[in-house]
Write a protein of this length. Sequence first.
Length: 355
Amino acid sequence: MTDQPLRVAVLGGGSFGTALASIAADNGARVRQWLRDPALAEQINREHVNGRYLPDYAINPAVAAATGMAEVLEGADLVLVAIPSKAFREVVRQARPFLAPQQILVTTTKGIQEEGFKLMSQILEEETGFAHIGVISGPNLASEVADKQLTATVIASDDPETRTRVQTALGCDYFRVYASNDRYGVELGGALKNIYAIAAGMAAALGMGENTRSMLMTRALAEMSRFAVAQGANPMTFLGLAGVGDLIVTCSSALSRNYRVGYALGEGKSLDEAVEALGQVAEGVNTVRLVRDKAREDGVYMPLAEGLYQVLFKGVPAKEMARMLMLGEQSSDVEFILPREAVQQAHRETGGRHG
């Protein structure tokens, strides 16, 4: 490490990318931010405000915004990719000619590419072949990060240099950065929790109480970790910020787009009506379909995801689906302690003797 300031590039002009750019500048890094929109880049440079996504947030004046990839990426030590999942691969391809193998590439995007069921860090790997790749995920509502409310996040990577550089670049007295080596588990947690925020919104609209919400979140955590472990993740990851931490904030916040879609469905609206009322598509809607199909393909038991799929895409009323879920099997609590198969076997044996 030299005495030179860390050079950070942020790809994306959304709320979270903007907040991270400003934090890195606060920490003394030289920060360049890439945006598609020239007017927004000019506003950031002139007024130090992102009027579209964080209008009340004063961006560190040292953040320099631009619409040219070469200008932003040249000489960067750390590249944060904060691009929506639909455009992620396209932007990485655009950036590729200006990237170098020694650079650290980190995604902050919570989503899954439909084709091949790919996470964003896998797209980074495929498009670049670089060694220093990581994921930032956790309970990070951008507006609260911008307000400098105490927030924690996770940097996940197999590569110690990636983890350390990100902790140095972004860690400060209100934004705490914890490390993990389970990149896949951390990234899956960020994508999967959006499904269960829809369920939490539905439950609230149906008038279900705190006991129900607690049960819902806990069973969601069991379902998320069951699915992720089948994909090769570590179940312990889901006890951390990117698992239970992100799940709690998404299922508890009426600000969450996914929660609001679920609430509209719980009120009896169709998916089209719910999306129209929101004015934008919530990421969890597409994730429900992708995860449900992948779970069926891999033989993973996911009753909540299946139930949500039926409500979202098959027109089953939310109230009816909630009743059917309550009639489902009572299985093990934590299956990494007591496997679900063992409970089912005991039911069969006991039923055979006493039924």
